[in-house]
Design a binder for this molecule. Sequence first.
Ligand SMILES: C[S@@+](CC[C@H](N)C(=O)[O-])C[C@H]1O[C@@H](n2cnc3c(N)ncnc32)[C@H](O)[C@@H]1O
Length: 226
Amino acid sequence: MKINSRVDKVLNYIPKSSKVADIGCDHGYVLIKGVLEAIIIKGVGVEVAKGPYQKAKVNIQEYNMENYIDIRLGNGLEPLEINDCDVCVIGGMGGRLITNILSDNLEKARSFKRLIFQPMNSEWILRKYLVENNWKIIDEDILIDDRLYLYIIAEKGNMVVYDDFFFEIGPVLVNKKDMGRNKYIKEKIFKLEKILKNIKSIELKEKNKIENIKDSIEKWRNYLEY
Ligand SMILES: C[S@@+](CC[C@H](N)C(=O)[O-])C[C@H]1O[C@@H](n2cnc3c(N)ncnc32)[C@H](O)[C@@H]1O
């Protein structure tokens, strides 16, 4: 089994003896390793694509885990029953898609005690949606691997976010004093500077855009620590 640090990072956030749904489970490694380590007592993997679905089923058979892990073909939370699982993992997708998966089945989404997300982009959309729909972001972290991976952990509860910029930088991540947070900020600044360089037109519309990007870079810089 190709276990990578991303699998371990997710498992760190799963309380022992949990029933876990992994949406977009691909190979199924999170569930397999979780069962091997007795962190997960029951797993449901959901896959929308037939290829990964078959791959996950074969992997579960190879590990003789059919009694512990069920792989279901379907879209998002659709194939789950309410209260099937107490933890939900959704990783390796964009923030907008993750948000759609939650909002398409809000009642099921609200039945989980904990949600673990690893958005690949547009994380501000996900954070805003969570906070506006009575979830509390209890932790955020950056894994430094072949690239930066962001983890957002949420539970039911209320959270006040005073400034929309905190949806971008992360209301919990902003207070972390570590290398990951700083690299995350540097990457955001780098991407904005690249957009700025590529704007060539001097039309008024573009001028406003340039000013907005410059303002944004300045905001990110304010949180850069070293
Ligand atoms: C990039 S892979 C990430 C796999 C794994 N979760 C990880 O983090 O390494 C995204 C997976 O999510 C699946 N997927 C995308 N949209 C989905 C949806 N709406 N419901 C279930 N699975 C979905 C894709 O088929 C793909 O296997």
